[in-house]
Design a protein around this ligand. Structure first.
Ligand SMILES: [Ca+2]
Ligand SMILES: [Ca+2]
Length: 210
């Protein structure tokens, strides 16, 4: 907590841990594996005058798949950590921004939409790999070779801009066979270059060229 205080937990008598950041724009970093208690992060209020709100930084403590799932509100959700230790998962509320860092070069990041209609986008902007899902907490990610975008139920539009993504070698975009799913691949900023693919598709090792 602000590099000031270390809290030690013992698994024998701690079932859950809630970190409440309070008012102002906060950055909460979660790392390691083998967490003794189920962790919930509450960003609290954000600064009304500056900045973009609270940020949760998740540093994967094991190799494998990290999954970001939506919660009941746009600023809530769940990060499912790689590995079998379920207490490493992080539930979050009142978070406007997420940063997730992979553990190994072959790691996979899965970003899930809601069961309603979603607009999902993947792009490197300003040097950062970013995923947007509607108005939910924007995901910045580093260190994931594979990215899965899952629209789930609803009529979803998935917009992939693969050029410039750092470290990403495979992108899979998939919806559920429920209504029209559209995947838009745009190799550059020119709209006429975009390719619309309707249906549930897997884009394995997609390579774009102008
Ligand atoms: Ca806050
Ligand atoms: Ca959906």
């Amino acid at each position: 907590m602000n590099a000031l205080k270390v809290i030690e937990l013992t698994s024998a008598n701690t079932e859950s841990l809630i970190v409440s950041a309070g008012t102002g724009n906060d950055t909460i970093t979660v790392s390691g594996t083998g967490c003794p208690a189920f962790l919930t992060v509450q960003g609290g209020g954000q600064s009304s005058s500056s900045g973009s709100g609270d940020r949760l930084v998740f540093l994967a403590g094991a190799a494998g798949t990290t999954t970001v799932s939506p919660g009941a509100s746009a600023d809530a959700g769940l990060i499912t950590a790689p590995g079998a230790h379920r207490a490493d998962d992080v539930a979050f509320f009142e978070i406007e921004n997420l940063t997730v860092n992979g553990n190994a070069l072959s790691d996979t990041l899965t970003a899930q939409g809601t069961h309603a209609n979603d607009t999902i986008a993947l792009q490197n902007l300003g040097g950062s790999n970013l995923i947007w899902i509607n108005d939910r907490a924007v995901i910045t990610f580093v260190g994931y070779a594979n990215v899965n975008l899952q629209g789930r139920f609803g009529d979803d539009k998935i917009n992939v801009h693969p050029v410039g993504l750092i470290g990403v070698t495979a992108i899979n975009a998939a919806g559920v066979a429920d209504g029209a799913q559209t995947v838009v691949i745009r190799p550059d900023a020119i709209e006429s270059d975009e390719q619309d693919v309707t249906g549930s598709v897997a884009l394995s090792m997609f390579k774009a060229s102008n």
